[in-house]
Structure formats: structure tokens, C-alpha cells
Design a protein around this ligand. Structure first.
Ligand code: GZL
Length: 334
């Protein structure tokens, strides 16, 4: 055989060897059986967070980063979407490309998730929803929802307001809605409206989104006061941050929040407890953001091949008035 031919044969043989070696490497790092696609035994979790729009949201992020960050079993990949769904979809695609073991998604809105969740399913990556729900035809696109019952939160807000002001009082309410399209906003609105509709003396005269932020909550409350100031008896805010913005607007308008205009809101961040103690707010419906431990347990159960509940609910309370707020403040963790 001529020299040239031998040279070609050698080249082909060495290329074949490199190809086979490379193939073997991608298999070993690609998946080590079971659900774990991560490095060695670590559970690699990709968490797509909405943003940092409220004290509640920051508390949730801290809980997850602390719980998974302090547990050697986990590697956490975190993405902040700055309130944009397209950023969350990009983050999920990146997690899929990195072959994470689990995706945790706090979906900013309920719709528009089918395509990317199908990609996660096709990649064999389970998805757990955190703190907000989604609407999908194929329910198998996510494994579990860890979060609150927002309809009950809305119902409790209305019931406690009626208890406070009296079922026979004539009460005009303005409502500060959360982010448009978010399940927490849709369901808190529905739960509240259901209870108010059952009492003819209570009326929601204005309702508009404040996007779950203090700034927007203040702006919208200023507009409500401008158009209906002397005709407003109470404000219902879908979260404390918007309520705190509304309290500022009421004071700047020259009225006393908590007295001239009663205030009821959802979440239970420390600042609202302080506002109730100062007499500026009246009712707090708790919504627990400390979901880190539940997410960690669910991830471990999935890795162990265990079934997990479809809805992992969080325990919550309602606090009415100064005394209840003073009693609870010292034990508040967020
Ligand atoms: C509730 C969560 C809501 C909070 C707001 O689970 O989605 O989003 O109530 C936050 O404070 O912005």
C-alpha cells in the first residue's frame, strides 16, 4: 500500500477515534439516568422569577435562594425577568438547553405558556409553578403549583371589610388590581367581587390596575381621589405595596387612611403591619411568599421518583386591627 494511502487510513482512523470519544463524553454529562441531568448528584434547578416589583416578591426570591443555596444537594440557576413574559420564555429555553433537572416558574401572567412548556416536556424536564397559576389545555405541561388560594384571599378581604364596617352601612369601595392577566389579580378580584355582590349596601365604584407596585398604586389612588374623593369609604388593594402607595395618596389628599378611608390588602409584609399599628390600614390578608422549603422538598421528591401533590398550598392568616398586628409583628419573617 502506497505511503499516501497509509496516511489517509491513519487520518480516518484517528478522526473515528476522536468522534467515538466525544460521543461517549456527551452521554456521560448528558444524563446519568433517572430525572437527574445535572452535574453528578446535584439537583440543578432553573428558577424563572418575575422580577422585584414588591416586598412580597423579594421575600420569595430570598426564601428560594437561601433554601436551595444553603443545601449542597442543589445547584440553582436564577433569572429575573423584569416583569416581562418574553424574558421568562427566553430563560426557560436557556434552562432547557442547559438540561436542568427541574424548572421552577413564577408565571407573570396566566396565558402564553403552551409552546415553551411543550419544549420542556419534550426535553423531559418537569416544571413546578410558583405563586401564580397558568391556563393551559394540556395540564400535564406542569407537575405542580406551589402557592395560595387567591379566590379565598379575595373572599376573606371582603368578609373582613364587611365585618369591620357593618353589613348595613353604605360603603363605596375603590379597588387597586394587581398585574393585568396575573392569576393572583384575576382571582383576588373574583373572590372579593363575589362577596361584595352578596351585599347590596357595598359597591365597587372604581377598579384599575396598579401593577402590584407602590408607585402605580399611589398614582391610581390619586386619580380615584381626584374623581371620587369624598365618595370613597374603603380601598381594597390586591397587594400591600399598592395599599402603601394608596395610603400616601390619601394622606396627601388631606384625609386619614384607616379612618376616613378604610384600607384592606393582601400579602402581609412588615410595612403593612406597621401601617395597621399606626392606624393607617385596617385589614391584612396574608399570602405566604416563603416557598423555598416547599420547592426544595418537591424537587427532592421528584428526584426520588415520588409523586407530588398537584397543588401544594401555603397556610395563611388574616389580621384585623392594631392589637392583632402588634401581636404578630415580632414573628413576621418578611
Ligand atoms: C402572589 C404573588 C403576588 C403578590 C404580589 O402569589 O404572585 O405578586 O401578592 C406580587 O405582591 O407582586
Amino acid at each position: 500500500m502506497g505511503k499516501a494511502k497509509k496516511g489517509w487510513m491513519l487520518l480516518i482512523a484517528s478522526m473515528l477515534a476522536i468522534f467515538l470519544l466525544a460521543g461517549c463524553n456527551s452521554e456521560s454529562s448528558g444524563s446519568s439516568g433517572g430525572t437527574s441531568k445535572g452535574k453528578g448528584d446535584k439537583i440543578v434547578v432553573g428558577f424563572s422569577q418575575i422580577g422585584a416589583e414588591s416586598g412580597w416578591r423579594t421575600a420569595e426570591t430570598d426564601s428560594i435562594k437561601k433554601t436551595l443555596g444553603n443545601d449542597p444537594q442543589f445547584e440553582l440557576k436564577f433569572s429575573d425577568a423584569q416583569q416581562k413574559q418574553e424574558n421568562q420564555i427566553k430563560a426557560l429555553r436557556s434552562f432547557i438547553a442547559q438540561k436542568v433537572d427541574l424548572i421552577a416558574l413564577a408565571p407573570v401572567v396566566e396565558s402564553g405558556w403552551e409552546t415553551v412548556l411543550k419544549e420542556a416536556k419534550n426535553a423531559g424536564i418537569p416544571v413546578i409553578l410558583l405563586d401564580r397559576g397558568i391556563k393551559v389545555k394540556d395540564e400535564s405541561l406542569y407537575t405542580s403549583f406551589i402557592g395560595s388560594d387567591f379566590i379565598t384571599e379575595g373572599e376573606n378581604a371582603a368578609k373582613e371589610l364587611i365585618n369591620l364596617m357593618g353589613k348595613d352601612s353604605k360603603v363605596n369601595i375603590v379597588e387597586l388590581q394587581g398585574t393585568v392577566g396575573a392569576s393572583a389579580a384575576n382571582d383576588r378580584m373574583a373572590g372579593f367581587a363575589k362577596e361584595i355582590k352578596a351585599n347590596a349596601n357595598y359597591k365597587i365604584i372604581k377598579s384599575q390596575t396598579g401593577d402590584f407596585t407602590r408607585t402605580k398604586g399611589k398614582e391610581v389612588m390619586e386619580a380615584f381621589l381626584k374623581s371620587d374623593g369624598d365618595n370613597i369609604d374603603a380601598v381594597y388593594a390586591h397587594n400591600d405595596d399598592m395599599a402603601l402607595g394608596a395610603i400616601q395618596a390619601i394622606e396627601e389628599y388631606g384625609l386619614k387612611p384607616g379612618k376616613d378611608i378604610k384600607v384592606v390588602s393582601v400579602d402581609g409584609i412588615k410595612d403593612i403591619f406597621e401601617a395597621v399599628i399606626a392606624g393607617k390600614s385596617n385589614i391584612i390578608v396574608e399570602c405566604n411568599p416563603l416557598l423555598g422549603p416547599q420547592l426544595a422538598q418537591a424537587a427532592k421528591d421528584l428526584k426520588a421518583g415520588k409523586e407530588i401533590e398537584r397543588w401544594i398550598k401555603t397556610d395563611e392568616d388574616v389580621f384585623v386591627g392594631k392589637e392583632a398586628a402588634e401581636e404578630a409583628l415580632s414573628s413576621r419573617q418578611y
